[in-house]
Ligand binder design. Structure first.
Ligand code: GRF
Length: 197
């Protein structure tokens, strides 16, 4: 049975595009919905151009009431009945209650070699620490932020003169390879980790 995938974004959606483009042919899943907490997110227009249903629930009017925001988010997801939810540059922290509803079915991509550098500004923190390598991780989403079981990682060497931006750009190239590879394996029923680079 082909798995139904919903993707949540907050920005341009470059990871979302790679995921959608990868779900063709023999792939065990298909994208059925792309949603965002920002109605102006550039990725929504791109998803619509690729023929995917889209929605937006603006988090700002909820003034920090995450449960109320998530109730609306959940309603859109329930209507599409996804088997898997992919967070791809989705920048809202989800409550434990919401995460529990999608236990074992929600993935996230994070731009660091977890468990290092959970949260924000991952590349600057790697540079400040003098790390010789950085990277990205795809993990199952649990209640603790950026903490769930790791399904894949890609390593990138830190180059002399790197800034957070130059490092982020090289890591993003790896994200675009790692996330589709992990999703294909996960949708096929395996949680064996994938290690790139
Ligand atoms: C990516 O680097 C992702 O790891 C992080 O946010 C960025 C989103 O990029 N969470 P995009 O919206 O997929 O282009």
């Amino acid at each position: 049975m082909t798995k139904r995938v919903a993707i949540l974004i907050s920005g341009g959606g470059s990871n979302m595009i790679k995921l959608v483009e990868s779900m063709v042919g023999e792939h065990p899943a298909r994208a059925v919905l792309v949603g965002s907490n920002d109605p102006q997110a550039g990725g929504l227009k791109k998803a619509a151009e690729m023929g995917i249903d889209t929605f937006a629930v603006d988090h700002r009017p909820f003034k920090g009431d995450r449960e109320a925001f998530e109730t609306e988010l959940q309603a859109h997801l329930d209507a599409a009945k996804p088997d898997i939810v992919c967070l791809a540059g989705f920048m809202r922290v989800l409550t434990e209650n919401f995460v529990r509803k999608w236990d074992g079915k929600m993935l996230n991509i994070h731009p660091s070699l977890l468990p290092k550098y959970k949260g924000l500004h991952t590349h600057q923190r790697a540079l400040d620490a003098g790390d010789t390598e950085a990277g990205c991780s795809v993990h199952l989403v649990t209640a603790a932020l950026d903490d769930g079981p790791i399904l894949g990682q890609a390593r990138v060497r830190v180059e002399p003169g790197d800034t957070a931006d130059t490092l982020a750009a090289r890591v993003l190239v790896q994200e675009h390879k790692l996330y589709p590879a992990v999703l294909e394996r996960f949708a096929g029923g395996s949680t064996d980790p994938i290690i790139l680079g």
